[in-house]
Design a protein around this ligand. Sequence first.
Ligand SMILES: Nc1ncnc2c1ncn2[C@@H]1O[C@H](COP(=O)(O)OP(=O)(O)O)[C@@H](O)[C@H]1O
Ligand SMILES: [Mg+2]
Length: 340
Amino acid sequence: MVNAVSNDAAGFAPLAAPTLWQSWDAFVHRAPAPARHAADPAWSQTDREDYPSELAVMRTPAMDSVFTAVRRLLLVNRRQQAGARRGLIISGPATTGKTTTMMSLGRSFQLADARQHPGQDGRRPVLFISLPPAATPKMLVSEFARFLGMPVTDRLNQTQITGAVRNLLCELGTQLVLVDDVHLLDTQRRASAETSDQLKYLGDRIPATFVYSAIDIETSSLLSGVRGAQIAGRFKIFRHRPPAYATEQDRGVWNELVRSMEDLLRLRAHRTGTLVKHAAYLHARTGGRIGSRSHLIREAALVAITEGAERITKQLFAEVELDAAAEIQARPALPARQKR
Ligand SMILES: Nc1ncnc2c1ncn2[C@@H]1O[C@H](COP(=O)(O)OP(=O)(O)O)[C@@H](O)[C@H]1O
Ligand SMILES: [Mg+2]
């Protein structure tokens, strides 16, 4: 049970974060479509155009590290009472793949749990919620309830919902609780501070391992002050940084990521190795951010199909406009003369 995090393929990213059990379960069990040959005549143009936009998720080194860290935490937490358990915060800049990593973690854990308990359909080993903006404590616990399919009526107050959620999670044996976007809690604002207290309360009462994701938690108010100290003392931080391109080893990792993305391409005139040849350019363009890299390659592949060239060139990459963050960081530095 404790070793339920395994090395499954990372699956597909859903179109929206699945915050209901049914959609989460569908995400977990969705089988990747079989890879077709680019020249397969039975592959319609529309389906081929859909193919690059489908979000195939690759195993990244960051994912591997998170999986290992959580596997260890599950072991350490096994014989600890709820309040003494340790958790993990996945922290880093936006669009570096934090949500994707967290969902892959949940997926992998759940598939392993299903293998260990065949035929037990009622199990809910994982809970995944995304923190709504400006969440009140009641909204937070209602998200837990909604995921579990518990009816939440206006007549129920926060304490009642919290009690019911807690009992249900204990009954279902939920072991991994994933909460996305906790940076949205600004503990300097009263409602958010109370919501962070609520999160801590749930962590103390539910015998599960908690994993949060957050944008740059180190600089957020969530870990500061008396309230923050309670979280800081219980959670490890995993820094989810975009891969660098400085050392030989960095370049090896990045090139491997580009290669695995290239393997997914199905273009009729594609020559193997083209993308890896542009690996340095891809890193400079995207700053290593996985979201920008995926977008760049997917859009270029889509244009290659719709416009008929059926291959990706550097020129084509240059034509794809990226998100503002990537474009700003990729702007070439001014020559020294002009800086002065
Ligand atoms: N492992 C991955 N493999 C392929 N694409 C990924 C992967 N992780 C993230 N992406 C892409 O990057 C985008 C941003 O990822 P996301 O997990 O939402 O980042 P964050 O939560 O850090 O903002 C996703 O929409 C997806 O297209
Ligand atoms: Mg996210």
